[in-house]
Ligand binder design. Structure first.
Ligand SMILES: Nc1ncnc2c1ncn2[C@@H]1O[C@H](COP(=O)(O)OP(=O)(O)OC[C@H]2O[C@@H]([n+]3cccc(C(=O)O)c3)[C@H](O)[C@@H]2O)[C@@H](O)[C@H]1O
Ligand SMILES: Nc1ncnc2c1ncn2[C@@H]1O[C@H](COP(=O)(O)OP(=O)(O)OP(=O)(O)O)[C@@H](O)[C@H]1O
Ligand SMILES: NC(=O)CC[C@H](N)C(=O)O
Length: 552
């Protein structure tokens, strides 16, 4: 009877759709796991997670089958067996699976049963639920293989236990969300361990995939609920966990490293760094360009870009108008200096004058209004897009969640761009993250230590500078009032009445609800951005654009 096992946990990133590349990477990591009995990879490691409709393409399923066979053959060398996440078609249905590859063959396949279909997840659209499966027999040990969502409910693990499982190994594609690492361990896995009396190895992927980032933070929990291993967040890593069969028959994982995970808000900052880094690199941009206004949103976006890509890949442009104050010019220049990035200055007055002239006839008899304010924003958008086209840098959009909630952004203007790091960060979070970054350095960032923006950028009242003496608070409640209202309306789906009961003014809440609903069309046309909270605009919160419902 096997008394000892070495299980390698490979906390890896994935390149969506690069099946051969993902397979090559698995083989390379397997070499580093020499001596292990088994190497485990995250959910759908061969394809990428979440694959969306890519898996509805028959050619992809065919090629996944070819790559899986290639991996299986590689295990004929007597080295570690592999547990590989992939998609398999059977009887006209698609399954989200793990395959156990050993001795040159596919020894066993297990299908995911619980398919998440809420929030950002759409798995029922793609996959059929697998049957309640038995453990696999691996070198005399019965391994239970629940896949991600399978461990979020008692059912699958209870069945595995009943059918004799001795160790639970769960490959995951569990996206980052504030507080999620704690939930996975203390609520979800601790409950499964308590119910089954079995130890669990929880393996998550790392890296960014469009709006989602995966923090890793994989761990092993022994049957007594103690944590034997805690892997770091964000980085690819391999650990060889040693398992022993105790006298009373149960399996125990020998204690290894226990990394401290990022505290909040560093976790959110690093999520943005990872999301942007992987988006820019995987889509092969040489770098990013952004408008640096001297305000806090563009300053924080630039700091995150430098931490993600390095200062030499971040290009900032100051585009003053006649409404731009001298403080803004100084703050943008100082910010660029602190970050070590290139800063160009492009005056937008000539374009404003040209448009004023072009539109003079059709605008005869109309006074200047929001139209001209939006033209300024659009000229900046056109200018930045021209640089993007000429040099290939992607335009980084700087709008935050508070603005995106109430439509406080110009469509085809400052909303232009390919990706946004602040999209799921309320303005009050933008202030918190800016303060945090001025006092700390990101554990995974490429930027230098020390402050990244002048203190004044954080303390001065926010303004769009699209007209004389404009301040955000002229048209919006202060962000300390606006953000909790938005949090209630967006993340908690509260009604106006419920927010009034929390002490907010009815008229204000009703106006914000109205602004939120009528800005849906803008959000549908906004670039993707990093998900941080429980209800991001994009995959989480999907509202109709044409919508007469109000709770006021
Ligand atoms: N449901 C719908 N479906 C499709 N299109 C719809 C629409 N509702 C309006 N529209 C169209 O949208 C256009 C109006 O939207 P848009 O042109 O953006 O203009 P609008 O939303 O009216 O104004 C822009 C707002 O953003 C603020 N802003 C601008 C720039 C920067 C900042 C900042 O501080 O960050 C703030 C500015 O002060 C103002 O409150 C019109 O063409 C209208 O026809
Ligand atoms: N003078 C400017 N020079 C360069 N870019 C600008 C300028 N004004 C606005 N932008 C760009 O448009 C975005 C929206 O800016 P705006 O000042 O209108 O509002 P904001 O949301 O308060 O942003 P910020 O805090 O960065 O100023 C900015 O983040 C910046 O990228
Ligand atoms: N891939 C999955 O099944 C993810 C769902 C799961 N509840 C998580 O976020 O961890």
């Amino acid at each position: 009877m096997t008394e000892r096992l070495t299980i390698a946990l490979a906390q890896l990133s994935q390149t969506m759709g690069d099946l051969a590349g993902n397979a090559d990477a698995m083989l390379a990591w397997r070499e580093k796991a020499a001596g292990a009995d088994l190497i485990v990879f995250p959910e759908l490691q061969l394809i990428g997670y979440p694959p969306e409709d890519l898996v509805l393409k028959p050619a992809l399923i065919e090629r996944a089958g070819e790559q899986l066979l290639r991996l299986a053959k590689a295990t004929a060398d007597g080295g570690p067996a592999m547990l590989v996440g992939t998609v398999i078609a059977a009887q006209g249905l698609l399954f989200n699976c793990v395959a156990l590859l050993d001795g040159g063959e596919i020894k066993a396949v297990r299908q995911k049963r619980e398919l998440p279909n809420y929030g950002t997840f759409d798995e029922k659209r793609l996959f059929a639920p697998g049957p309640l499966a038995d453990p696999v027999d691996f070198r005399g040990v019965k391994l239970g293989l629940p896949i991600c969502e399978d461990v979020w409910y008692p059912f699958v693990c209870a069945h595995l236990r009943e059918r004799g499982a001795e160790i639970l190994i769960t490959p995951n594609g569990s996206p980052y969300e504030i507080g999620k690492d704690e939930r996975r361990m203390s609520q979800v896995c601790a409950a499964r361990v308590r119910e089954t009396g079995l130890p669990i190895a929880y393996l998550n992927r790392v890296g960014g995939q469009d709006e989602l980032v995966f923090d890793g933070a994989s761990f092993v929990m022994n049957a007594d609920g103690s944590v034997a291993w805690q892997m770091a967040d964000w980085d690819e890593a391999l650990v060889l966990t040693q398992w022993e069969r105790a006298d009373e028959g149960g399996w125990h994982c020998v204690e290894g490293e226990r990394h401290t995970l990022d505290p909040h808000p560093e976790d959110s900052y690093n999520a943005m760094v990872v999301g942007l880094r992987d988006y820019v690199n995987r889509n092969r941009f040489p770098g990013v360009v952004l408008g640096l206004s001297g305000g806090i949103d563009s300053a924080l976006s630039a700091a995150i870009a430098v931490d993600a890509l390095g200062a030499d890949r971040v290009w900032c442009v100051m585009m003053p108008s006649r409404f731009t104050g001298s403080e803004s010019l100084e703050d943008a220049a100082e910010c660029a200096r602190m970050l070590g990035v290139k800063l160009d200055t492009i005056v937008i007055a000539p374009a404003m004058e040209a448009l004023d002239g072009m539109l003079a006839d059709v605008f005869t008899g109309r006074s200047p209004d929001l139209t001209e304010e939006n033209i300024q924003s659009r000229i900046r958008g056109v200018t930045l897009m021209a640089i993007s086209n000429k040099y290939g840098h992607m335009l980084l959009t700087t709008g935050n969640k508070s603005e995106m909630s109430v439509g406080y952004a110009t469509i085809y203007g400052d909303m232009a761009g390919g990706y946004s790091v602040l999209k799921d960060a309320y303005k009050t979070t933008v202030f918190d993250l800016s303060r945090w970054r001025n006092e700390h350095v990101s554990s995974i960032g490429l930027g230098t230590a020390g402050p990244v923006m002048p203190e004044r950028v954080i303390t001065k009242p926010p303004t769009a500078e699209l007209r004389e003496n404009q301040k955000d608070e002229d048209s919006l409640p202060p962000y300390e009032v606006l953000d909790p209202i938005l949090y209630g309306l967006v993340e908690q789906e509260l009604s106006v009445d419920a927010l009034v009961a929390r002490g907010f003014e009815r008229e204000t809440v009703a106006r914000i609800e109205q602004l939120l609903y009528i800005a849906e069309y803008k959000r549908r046309q906004a670039p993707p951005g990093v998900k941080l909270g429980s209800r991001n605009f994009g995959r989480d919160r999907r509202y109709p654009i044409t919508n007469a419902f109000r709770t006021s």
